[in-house]
Design a binder for this molecule. Structure first.
Ligand code: PEP
Ligand code: MG
Length: 551
């Protein structure tokens, strides 16, 4: 039996083959070739494979969402064989005597540039489709697997660490669990794993070697153990744990449809954190009462270029409509620190967590901010959307944000585009400055939501991504809990509500403290809703005390 000890960051027991993730190398270089016919044959194979994939995607889209959704993939499949595009590639072969990758890249770029330069907005938008199709042909030429995982069965994905953008681009249906040599419980990859309900372990270290590629492994996301070749006793224990887990899930089903209320009648809003419209299914199946944090930056991290206003609008509208009148709090772009987006071309920073990130980027780049706000307000006509700003430290920032909102509403009004003028505006409390300024900030907005991940990092001066800070990164530290109380008191004195959307919200051991402080809302990963509801319904709010805030 081989036992590798890491840190469990997303609960659950699973087993599957270990699959070591390799970052795909997609750099294209120009190579002069001797056998141009061989290159042409490679290209034909890659095109045929691309068409096959696109037809399969069209079929899947048709089954899941109807004919209209299939059109995009069908158009892409047609474009693979478009006469002008093919001719352009042939010319590259004749003129440059080059490899197929280079010919496709150049032809794709030329075509995309031609479309981008057209007057018609619809034709301009086709540039992105063309880049997409060329990239697919390139991937097939270079053997890059769609979704990153070449396996017919769900795997235990192993890696040194994964950037949030890499995690988002992986095919989730092929991942049973994550095991990382590095990483931390508060980084966004761990947060994503919890949101998706996939068991995960980080900090497994060098013992997790590639020699284990393909070997069947058990992952226990609670104890942080990765086990290969378990002996009989361990295998039985893991099986028992898995069965208990299934029983617990069934038991939690009884919590569906129940109110989030303590025994003495204190109501608390139980919302969910999501990163994409795909996560709404889990919110609904776990009976979340709203969305307390939609990390909109994941839309940016998933794309190779700025998501357009229409693309964002469709995503926000889909979530707002699916939640059917329940509150959907969408946080504006929060990139920087561990969430890097190459096409933003940000300057390299010594301390990115303290650098130009989140709202600072939006206030520095008004066009990026405006595009997102337009999409958000347009979506507000389709449900109960609320807008939330991250990393606030000052009243002037909030006023600038509100000014940008007012300008966008004015534009939409003039254009006759429907929106909800009463869309609520809130801020994240995740910097010590925002805690100290909470009573002034409360006068500016409709609600607060405490981001305990960053609030812990900034209050304790502890990097949330480092996995070796151990007990020093302590979200239970009285300083963090006192900050929570100061925030809640300021909110209530000014007549607004306060929630928690950081990971601490799901920590049931702190529920009595949250109730004593008077937290109004908890926003957690979908799989935490029903267990938390069970705890709320067992609690007596008036007996909860503030003892954890003491030294
Ligand atoms: C937080 O900081 O607690 C939070 C919810 O935001 P994020 O984890 O995305 O920084
Ligand atoms: Mg944060």
């Amino acid at each position: 039996m081989i036992l590798i000890q890491g840190k469990g960051v997303s609960r659950g027991v699973v087993k599957g083959p270990l699959y070591f993730y390799k970052k795909p190398d997609t750099t294209v270089v120009q190579i002069e070739v001797d056998d141009i016919d061989a290159e042409k044959a490679r290209l034909e194979e890659a095109k045929a494979r691309s068409i096959e994939q696109l037809e399969a995607l069209a079929e899947k889209a048709r089954e899941e969402a109807g004919d209209e959704s299939a059109i995009l993939f069908e158009t892409h499949a047609m474009f693979v064989e478009d006469d002008d595009f093919v001719e352009c590639i042939d010319e590259m072969f004749e003129e440059e005597n080059c490899n197929a990758e280079y010919a496709v890249l150049q032809a794709g770029e030329q075509f995309a540039a031609m479309f981008a330069a057209m007057d018609d907005a619809y034709m301009q938008a086709r540039a992105a489709d063309i880049r997409d199709v060329s990239q697919r042909i390139l991937n097939n030429l270079m053997g890059v697997v769609d979704g990153g995982i070449d396996s017919d069965v769900p795997v235990i994905l192993a890696a040194d660490d994964l950037a949030p953008s890499e995690t988002l681009q992986l095919d989730k249906t092929k991942i049973a669990g994550f095991v990382l040599r590095e990483g931390s419980s508060n980084g966004h990859t761990a947060i994503l794993a919890r949101t998706m309900g996939i068991p995960a372990i980080c900090g497994a270290g060098a013992d997790l070697t590639e020699a284990y590629q393909g070997r069947e492994a058990y992952v226990d996301g609670e104890t942080g153990q990765i086990i290969l070749d378990p002996d009989e006793l361990t295998q039985q224990a893991l099986k028992d744990k898995f069965e208990k887990q299934q029983e617990m899930k069934k038991l939690m089903e009884t919590m569906r449809g129940q109110e989030d209320v303590t025994l003495d009648g204190r109501k608390i809003k139980l919302y969910c954190n999501i990163g994409s419209p795909d996560d709404v299914a889990a919110v609904l199946s776990n009976d979340g009462q709203g969305i307390g944090l939609f990390r909109s930056e994941f839309l940016y991290l998933k794309s190779d270029d700025y998501p357009t206003e229409d693309e964002q609008f469709e995503a926000y509208k889909a979530v707002a409509a699916a939640m059917d009148g329940k509150r959907v709090i969408i946080r504006t772009l929060d990139i920087g620190a561990d969430k890097q987006v190459p096409y933003f071309n940000m300057q390299k920073e010594e301390n990115p967590a303290l650098g130009v990130r989140a709202i600072r980027i939006c206030l520095n780049r008004p066009e990026v901010f405006r595009t997102q706000l337009r999409a958000l307000y347009r979506a507000s006509a389709f449900g109960k959307v609320a807008i939330m700003f991250p990393m606030i430290t000052s009243v002037w920032e909030v006023r600038e944000c509100k000014r940008a909102c007012a300008a966008v509403m004015e534009e939409l009004k003039k254009e006759g585009i429907p929106f909800d003028p009463d869309t609520e505006i809130g801020i994240m409390i995740e910097t010590p400055a925002s805690v100290f300024m909470a009573s002034n900030l409360a006068k500016e907005v409709d609600f607060f939501s405490v981001g305990t991940n960053d609030l812990t990092q900034y209050t304790l001066a502890c990097d949330r991504q480092a996995n070796d800070l151990g007990k020093f990164f302590d979200p239970h530290h009285p300083a963090v809990l006192r900050a929570l109380k100061m925030t809640a008191d300021a909110a209530h004195e000014n007549g607004i509500w306060v929630g928690i959307c950081g990971e601490l919200g799901a920590d049931t051991s702190l529920l009595p403290t949250f109730l004593a402080i008077g937290i109004d809302e908890l926003s957690v990963s979908p799989s935490s809703v029903l267990p938390l509801r069970a705890e709320i319904r067992k609690s007596i709010a008036q007996l909860c005390t503030l003892e954890k805030l003491e030294w």
